[in-house]
Design a protein. Structure first.
Length: 287
């Protein structure tokens, strides 16, 4: 079955109406109708024949189609039952050829199941809704699942947090996780007019490239928990937040002194390197 013109809001709307479907606000659904932007995203993904790709939220398959044209092996995660029905029709030949796999349901849950049952792909991308973007990306990093390259289109607010530097208002535990695991490069911004339906916010495409020196610490799980604790109360000092995490005031002071970190500083001014060193110091002093 021939897929619709992905550049035409009128045709996309007609397809939905003919099938009795509607856009689900709770899923953050917006179609990227700018073909140049889609091409730039595919170019940034840097794929070739047989490159394995995970796609989150394919919608009606505008990006999926371009990847399959390049002979990639695509696994897409889609929660909308109406879209699932149409994707199966549009890409039935690719499904039969085992070039396209459609995982039905919530991507937040299903990616973990897929990761256990199949090799981790080389590429990971998607136009991620605000309500799942940070959770999905953080979950993969915390589970030690990383990809050679990722391209995410997210609300600009989320993109700013991904790349935020110490001392800035956007710097957070999420910033630390992203920059710990990947080199992050903003690609381009997209106003609401690039999407249908038109959202009220701007978006940004961001490239993640896997860091080779990851995890760069003695105990990755300790680091993950520690840095999260340091940001748990942004108004509190490093000493107060770390004492709550270690449940030991004496050890807290010893660790901060050994790591050369001022106890009165706040987490948002610490670099990732300082946090990694702090985590290693905790590991050493606790034995």
């Amino acid at each position: 079955m021939k897929h619709p013109d992905y550049n035409s809001p009128a045709e996309l709307k007609k397809i939905l109406e003919e099938n009795g479907f509607s856009m689900q606000k709770k899923f953050g659904q917006n179609f990227l109708i700018n073909p140049d932007a889609r091409s730039k995203i595919i170019q940034a993904l840097d794929v070739k024949e047989n490159t394995s790709v995970w796609e989150i939220g394919p919608g009606l398959g505008s990006m999926t189609s371009e990847l399959l044209d390049k002979k990639c092996n695509v696994t897409a995660f889609e929660i909308d039952k109406g879209f699932i029905q149409l994707l199966k029709e549009y890409f039935s030949d690719y499904i039969q050829a085992e070039k396209f796999t459609l995982i039905e349901g919530d991507a937040i849950k299903n990616w973990k199941i897929q990761a256990k049952n199949a090799p981790i792909p080389e590429r990971f991308f998607g136009n991620l809704p605000y309500n799942i973007a940070a959770t999905l990306i953080a979950d993969t990093i915390e589970q030690n699942i990383r990809f050679e390259k990722c391209v995410f289109t997210v609300q600009k607010e989320v993109a700013l947090r991904m790349a935020a530097k110490p001392g800035s208002a956007d710097y957070s535990s999420f910033s630390v996780l992203c920059q710990w695991a990947y080199d992050i490069k903003p690609l381009f911004d997209l106003s609401g007019s690039n999407f249908w339906p038109k959202p009220n916010v701007d978006s940004r495409a961001v490239l993640f490239t896997r860091k080779e020196d990851f995890p760069n610490c003695k105990n990755p799980q300790l680091f993950i928990k520690m840095q999260r604790a340091l940001f748990s109360s942004r108004r509190k000092t490093v000493r107060n937040n770390l004492a709550g995490f270690l449940n030991n005031n004496e050890l807290t002071l010893s660790v901060l002194n050994a790591a050369g970190i001022d106890p009165m500083k706040r987490a948002e001014v610490l670099t990732i390197e300082q946090m990694l060193h702090l985590s290693d110091t905790i590991q050493s002093l606790r034995g």
